[in-house]
Ligand binder design. Structure first.
Ligand SMILES: Nc1ncnc2c1ncn2[C@@H]1O[C@H](COP(=O)(O)OP(=O)(O)OP(=O)(O)O)[C@@H](O)[C@H]1O
Length: 320
């Protein structure tokens, strides 16, 4: 595993060798060392079946690890789950809602089931949570009349009925239309701006790039890489791209200068920059000297997808 960031002493989630082997022998999570810094929006990224939900279920004390350790907010789980989980809001596998109750009454019911929740402040906390997720106007509507995005926001509201230091969201935008996705993403950004650490799983690379400050990439139960999102993408080199009517000549010159993996179309050449320090100005000068008419010249920023492919040697090909 490649570690791109220094271990944060203020880790909100920290796991060492966390492993889950299911009874059938399936190794779902394999020796996970995960460090989620305080204040981050942390994306837990991986294709379907890579072990994300199993990890989250271990963190939330829902299933026992086979081996390894985990701490949440500095305290060991599952041992200290009782004392630590009240400070953690979680949304796992979609909210359980009563369709015949209003959004507001769903939250009241949910809060009433929490022995640690103060009934005297219940109505005010429910109103504040509805307001937080933009459901004040729809609060009296029956939940069965809610769109999927509204249901998901109501689920988030249930995680926000008391102050939380950490929110754990399992695929919070799964199944939502683009508008619903945008709403959840902007809500996540707002919550993070208020100082809550958000840990969210996703199989969508662009989602992680849009909302997360940090990410960890899982594949087949193993952690491939973790660190700041900007650093992860930088781990894959950007591709040089030249637009020119003299593409074949350009490719020949670039090849001589050590550019590899060249692709040539009618008016465009792209390729991998050679390792080490390369002055792009020298490449451009060489092209011009060779009589190549350059229309545009630059390096395309590597995406997290490029990084994933570079790290695993396989495409990020997921269903759904
Ligand atoms: N209760 C279980 N018993 C046996 N195998 C399981 C169980 N739960 C999950 N698995 C297996 O463990 C592996 C990891 O599953 P997990 O649900 O953690 O992946 P995931 O990354 O969350 O994917 P998804 O997004 O599809 O939920 C999969 O191969 C899955 O089939």
């Amino acid at each position: 595993m490649e570690e791109l960031s220094a271990v944060n002493s203020e880790a909100v989630i920290d796991t060492r060798g966390l492993t889950k082997r299911f009874r059938g022998g399936q190794l779902a999570v394999d020796g996970l060392d995960l460090t989620v810094p305080a204040g981050s929006v942390f994306g837990f990224l991986g294709p379907n079946g890579s072990g994300k939900t199993t990890t989250i279920r271990m963190l939330m004390g829902l299933i026992e690890p086979t081996s390894g350790t985990a701490t949440l907010l500095g305290r060991p789980v599952p041992r200290a789950a009782r004392s630590v989980l009240p400070e953690v809001g979680a949304l796992i596998e979609g909210p359980a809602l009563y369709g015949f109750l209003s959004g507001r009454d769903n939250l009241i019911r949910y809060d009433s089931a929490d022995p640690a929740a103060d009934p005297r402040t219940r109505r005010a906390r429910v109103a504040a949570a509805l307001d937080r997720v933009g459901l004040t106007a729809a609060g009296s509507k029956k939940a069965k009349a809610y769109s999927l995005g509204m249901k998901q926001r109501l689920g988030l509201a249930s995680a926000l009925l008391r102050p939380r230091r950490l929110l754990v969201l399992d695929e919070p935008t799964n199944g939502l239309d683009p508008q619903g996705m945008r709403e959840i993403r902007s809500l996540v950004r707002e919550l993070a701006a208020d100082g809550t650490t958000v840990f969210l799983s996703s199989h969508l690379l662009d989602e992680i790039e849009q909302v997360c400050t940090h990410a960890a990439v899982m594949a087949r139960g193993r952690l491939i890489v973790q660190g700041p999102v900007a650093g992860l993408a930088a781990g894959a080199h950007g591709r040089l791209a030249v637009t020119t009517p003299d593409a074949a000549d350009a490719a020949r010159v670039l090849k001589e200068l050590g550019v590899t993996g060249l692709t040539v179309t009618e008016d465009r050449v792209t390729g991998e920059l050679p390792p080490g320090d390369v002055d792009l100005a020298d490449l451009n000068t060489a092209l011009v000297r060779a009589g190549v008419r350059v229309r545009s010249f630059g390096v395309e920023r590597a995406s997290l997808e490029d990084a994933f492919v570079a790290l695993t040697g396989e495409g990020f090909d997921v269903a759904g």
